[in-house]
Design a protein around this ligand. Sequence first.
Ligand SMILES: [Zn+2]
Length: 411
Amino acid sequence: MNIINARLRGREGLYRIVLEQDRIVEISPHSPTISAVSNDLDAGGNLVIAPFVEPHIHLDATLTAGDPAWNMSGTLFEGIELWGKRKAQVTHEDTKLRAKKTIDMLVEHGIQHVRTHVDVTDPTLGALRAMVEVREETRHLVDLQIVAFPQEGIESFTNGRALMEQAVELGADVVGGIPHFENTRDQGVSSIKFLMDLAERTGCLVDVHCDETDDPHSRFLEVLAEEARVRSMGARVTASHTTAMGSYDNAYCSKLFRLLKMSGINFISCPTESIHLQGRFDTYPKRRGLTRVAEIDRAGMNVCFAQDSIVDPWYPLGNGNILRILEAGLHICHMLGYADLQRALDLITDNSARTLNLGERYGLEVGRPANLLLLSAPSDYEMIRTQGYALTSIRAGKVIMQRTPAKVARF
Ligand SMILES: [Zn+2]
């Protein structure tokens, strides 16, 4: 299969991309003298890029909002209470069905790489077992990384450590954590040491829900970064949320940034979820409740955006469209400057792929997998401005999704 009239990010002119079986075998300047063949896909001068990435979602909780009841206050705490009730009805098939429906929504928006957290504070590890099956059964659609996520803590939950170890044995790819939720500061610190030991021993990646609060005294990020630094594991470690950083004072944050840069860890922000759930103890002025995305980016560190929830007790909206998250994130993080708009797609593509350690399994280069998207606009800026779409998604050289844009008639 060939893709013609393709515009590539960061390069002048139009290109022809040749796919053979499941690989990209040629990328060459488009030449009008080469005539199109019947199964050529015409990008029409619009962007062709590597697939979108969803680096932080909870597929075990999606599509449960309203069952057994809707979150009326919209708060994190009512969400936890409602999830406690819904969790009691979760079955193996229920988890698989909802996860697969959600993956279909992600695929329809051009996502081919997903990292999902799965709650392992469950003595049966039911959701984790179900997700390991989903990972196999959806391989033709997405690459799925599973995080062993201790929703109710590692140290504060009965047998928390053993459940984490068991989850890795059962096939989790990534070790998670939630230090700010542990009962005490000391437990938060020891949970990080435990999970970093577990990751180092087993070769797993690390992705910690870290300081997801407006409390400026929640400072587990420095512990995670220092553990990553001394073990030289930074590239394999991710701090998700870090929303407390939005409440740290600048003197502390400037010292913290020195350590963060030395550590080389990655960051994920979930802008729609955080703007919705944080700032809830404020009257006015009201905090945005996000980490310092623009500052992390400008300091040369790696940061990306994620959806976190789709229609669950914590967040009632979401349709799988990561471009919606990108647009919201750029607004909330003061990143609509011209330079930011020129490279906005980095936040849902290359930066996310780096966070997931995809390496040579990702990217529009000869020799890499034939996984790519045809978009509806010719630049990052125009994708944001026009609220563009992924029109075609190709995986392993085969079209897995095609979208027909709406037509407008004027009279
Ligand atoms: Zn999360």
